[in-house]
Every structure is written in structure tokens, then in C-alpha cells.
Design a protein around this ligand. Structure first.
Ligand code: UD1
Ligand code: MG
Length: 456
């Protein structure tokens, strides 16, 4: 039985931001969402978020999530004071309490499971996650007796010179037997350099408190400024990329690629330099992405290639060739074996199988059938300044270069559209439509008549 409390009331002054620290993003998720995610596999029966600075903004982030409870710490008087706020909420609760920091988003679920196991196996009153850091500056130092039982945690600023030489630090992640912690929480005092109520002071009243070292100290890195945010992003990216390479994905020049941890990738996918995969993007087997492509919340079928292109909120089926320089957005749906080429923008349109839109086109609010050939420079005029209108183009139709479809308009199957046409009315199947003025040639236009001869 475990409840989780996440400390997220602080402002995060060193971020120099109008946003509370825990709402800064790391990849596709905010810091606090990541922390919450890291304890999901423990199936906590309660998840309490301690909020204070811009509490409403933090609450809004979790709108609609009934599994998260909010506890307000109106004044931020320290980590111990934050945990004291749980007292009325956890009255009578008899289980363990896992305390996590809202600004430490790199914890692995396995580490938390190990912490819980150690805690339960040894029947500890508290278990503290610790690490040995080459540079422990800024962290609380953990002092243990010969049995690995914690005797004291001293904040960096409260350490004397000898204490500061101890490189074993407090990760700020703890498991407590709640009834024992609850009993001593009211006794905390703020007699330290910062005049705050330190949660770390409780170890002096609880026995036994055990320390558990984390193998990879990067896991407990807290984020206090933008530089640490960037470093954490790098750690996260390396983890994600290692995982995909192990699963059969080729990354060419991985340092230039970014992949959100919400992305899914099939086998034998090749991702070329300077490509970025974001959000809920899913790539089928054997795709080739990049160089230089950005995909966001999009689904790509098998064997499709996307070169120097931007794709967002769109679906591309199998064996398509996209790019270079295509822009698919806002509900573009491309069927199998299509070719979408240079400087083509497609928005909220369904493109049937084996259709080609090879150059310089804009298709918005359109439905194209199969085997359509869209000539260079074809444009749907879908917006009349107030409303968006639909263009329909049937199977096997060919649009001439530089044609404009003034929506709403429908073309049947196997229509031929003459180049340069501005089509304003529907066209039946198998017709030829020419909607432009006939060419006139006025001969000798530039041959001036000879000036009249002068009398003089
Ligand atoms: C804390 C620990 C330190 C440990 C370090 C690990 C204490 C006294 N010190 O120090 O031993 O090495 O974490 O990162 O606990 N918060 C609140 N309310 C408050 C104060 C803080 O919710 O009144 C939240 C902050 O938003 C943050 C977390 O608690 O998410 C930690 O607070 P922070 O001020 O960063 O503590 P540290 O000085 O880093
Ligand atoms: Mg901190």
C-alpha cells in the first residue's frame, strides 16, 4: 500500500521564468508530469500534489485527471512544512508514503520499485535514496552509521568544512511509514540557515532510516535552472535513442536527432540527421525519415520516405514519397503509394491512393480520389474570407498546371483540366474543362507605322 506525494509548491527562482518550475517542459511532458509518470508502475492508491506558487496553473495542467489530488501549501516554508500539509489529508492512513520532488524528472520506475522493496524488506521506518556525487555542492549530505542507517542529513549551507567533504548526498526521494512520520512531523523546527522546516530533520526522530544508493546519479538530478534543464534533456534523449537503436532503428548522427518518449517506431526505420519526432508520432517498419524532417503527432505507414519536410497532425499511409519540402498539416490524410513533392502544402484533405501532387500546390479542405495527377501550381481556393469550402476531385482526374479550384466545387472521374483554368463550377466525369480566356494574338503590335513625311 503506497501513497505518493510530489513536492511542487516552489517557484523555481533560478529558472527566471513566469512559469512555475514544475511546468517547464522536458520533451513532450512537463517536469511534474514526468515525475508522476515515473511512479505509475507502483500503482499508488493516492497521488497528492503539493502546490503553492501559481497553484492554479499547476492544477490546470492536470484538468480532468481525477486520480491526482491537490494539497495547497500557501506559504513555502520548506520541504518539511510542505509534507506537514498532508496531515489532514492522510488522517488514519496506515501505509507507506513515497515522497518525490517535482523538479527531479529523470527517475527510473525501476529505481522507485527498488526503493520500495528495500524499504519493505527491511521494515524501515524510512528509506532515503542517496548517491555519491563527484561534485556534491548544493545537496544535503547524508551521514550513516556502520549499518547504513542514516543518523543525520545536513544541508550544504549548514555543513561545517568536515561535513562538506562527505560526497554522499540526499536525492530528496524518500519512502516513509506514514503513521510514524505523521507522529513526529509537528515537532519540526526551523532553526537552520534558511529558517525553513526541513523534511530531512525527521531522520533524527525515526529509527531505522536506511540509505539506498542509486547506481546512476543522473537519475536524481534536480532541475533548478535552464542549464540543468538542457542537461536533463540530453540525458533523456540518450536514453530514448539507446532504446530505439537496441530495438532495431538506425539513427544517423544521433546527436542531431531528437525523439520524444511518446513516439513509437517500427523496425528497420532509418532516421537521418536533423530530424525531430514529437508527440504521439508513430512510424511503421522500414520508413526513412530525413534528413531534415519534423514530424509531430503523425502516423506514417510502412516503407514511406519523408525528406526535408514538416508533417503535423497528419496520417501518411505506406510506400509514399514525401518531399523534399512538403508541408502536411492539420488532418492531411495521404493514402498508399502517393507522391507529394516540393513546395506542396496539404491541410485537412484526403488524398486517394497512387495520387501525385508533385510540385508547388496548396490543397486545403479537399478530397482527391485515386490516381489523380495534380499539375504543378494547382491551388484550392478554399476560403472566401469567412468560411472554408470543400473541393472534390474524382479518380484519374488530371489538373493542368496552375489551375485554381474555387470551392465549393466538384470534379468527376477522369476529368482533364486545362492549364491555367480557374474552375468555379462543377465538372462531370470524362469532361475537359477549360476555364480561361482564349488566347488572342494581335499581329504587328510592335511595328510602328512610319511617321508622316515632313513638308519642310
Ligand atoms: C532538498 C533537500 C536536500 C536534497 C535536495 C535534492 C531539504 C531540506 N533538502 O534541497 O537535502 O539534497 O532536495 O534535490 O529537503 N518545495 C515545496 N515547498 C517548500 C519548499 C520546497 O513544495 O516550501 C518543493 C520544491 O518545489 C521542490 C522540492 O520541494 O520541488 C525541493 O525543494 P528545493 O528548495 O529545491 O530543495 P533543495 O534545496 O534542492
Ligand atoms: Mg532542488
Amino acid at each position: 500500500m503506497v501513497a505518493v506525494a510530489i513536492l511542487a509548491a516552489g517557484k523555481g527562482t533560478r529558472m527566471k521564468s513566469t512559469l512555475p518550475k514544475v511546468l517547464h517542459r522536458l520533451g513532450g511532458l512537463t517536469l511534474v508530469e514526468r515525475v508522476l509518470e515515473s511512479c505509475r508502475s507502483l500503482n499508488p492508491e493516492r497521488q497528492l500534489l503539493i502546490v503553492g506558487y501559481q497553484a492554479d496553473a499547476v492544477r490546470a495542467q492536470f484538468q480532468g485527471r481525477i486520480d491526482v489530488e491537490f494539497v495547497e501549501q500557501r506559504q513555502q516554508l520548506g520541504t518539511g512544512h510542505a509534507i506537514q500539509q498532508l496531515l489532514p489529508h492522510l488522517q488514519g492512513y496506515q501505509g507507506d508514503l513515497l515522497v518525490l520532488n517535482g523538479d527531479a524528472p529523470l527517475l527510473r520506475p525501476e529505481t522507485l520499485q527498488q526503493l520500495m522493496q528495500t524499504h519493505q524488506q527491511h521494515q524501515n521506518v524510512a528509506t532515503v535514496l542517496t548517491a555519491h556525487l563527484p561534485n556534491p555542492k548544493g545537496y544535503g549530505r547524508v551521514f550513516c552509521d556502520g549499518n547504513n542507517h542514516v543518523t543525520q542529513i545536513v544541508e550544504d549551507r549548514d555543513c561545517n568544512d568536515a561535513q562538506r567533504k562527505n560526497h554522499r548526498i540526499n536525492g530528496g526521494i524518500y519512502c516513509f511509514h506514514w503513521p510514524r512520520l505523521a507522529a513526529i512531523l509537528p515537532q519540526l523546527q526551523a532553526n537552520n540557515d534558511q529558517q525553513e522546516y526541513y523534511l530531512t530533520d525527521v531522520v533524527q526522530f525515526l529509527q531505522p532510516v536506511m540509505a539506498m544508493d542509486v547506481e546512476d546519479h543522473l537519475e536524481i538530478s534536480g532541475i533548478n535552472d535552464r542549464k540543468q534543464l538542457a542537461s536533463a534533456y540530453e540525458v533523456l534523449q540518450n536514453r530514448i535513442k539507446d532504446q530505439w537503436m537496441a530495438a532495431g532503428v538506425t539513427l544517423i548522427n544521433p546527436d542531431s536527432i531528437t525523439i520524444d518518449d511518446t513516439v513509437q517506431i517500427g523496425t528497420d526505420v532509418v532516421i537521418e540527421p536533423h530530424s525531430h519526432l514529437r508527440g504521439k508520432t508513430i512510424l511503421g517498419n522500414g520508413c526513412r525519415i530525413g534528413p531534415g524532417s519534423l514530424l509531430e503527432d503523425s502516423v506514417v505507414g510502412e516503407g514511406t520516405s519523408i525528406l526535408y519536410s514538416v508533417v503535423s497532425q497528419s496520417t501518411i499511409a505506406s510506400h509514399c514519397r514525401i518531399g523534399p519540402y512538403s508541408h502536411l498539416r492539420g488532418g492531411a490524410e495521404i493514402s498508399d503509394h502517393c507522391r507529394i513533392g516540393n513546395f506542396v502544402e496539404i491541410k485537412k484533405s484526403q488524398i486517394g491512393p497512387q495520387t501525385n501532387v508533385a510540385h508547388l500546390s496548396y490543397l486545403g479542405d479537399a478530397r482527391l480520389g485515386e490516381r489523380v495527377n495534380v499539375g504543378a501550381g494547382t491551388i484550392t481556393a478554399n476560403y472566401d474570407g469567412v468560411n472554408k469550402h470543400q473541393t472534390n476531385i474524382g479518380n484519374g482526374t488530371k489538373t493542368g498546371a496552375n489551375s485554381v479550384f474555387v470551392a465549393p466545387v466538384t470534379l468527376g472521374n477522369s476529368v482533364t483540366v486545362a492549364a491555367g483554368s480557374v474552375v468555379t463550377h462543377d465538372v462531370p466525369s470524362d469532361a475537359l474543362v477549360i476555364a480561361r480566356s482564349r488566347q488572342r494574338v494581335i499581329e504587328n503590335w510592335n511595328i510602328q507605322p512610319a511617321p508622316p513625311a515632313s513638308d519642310s
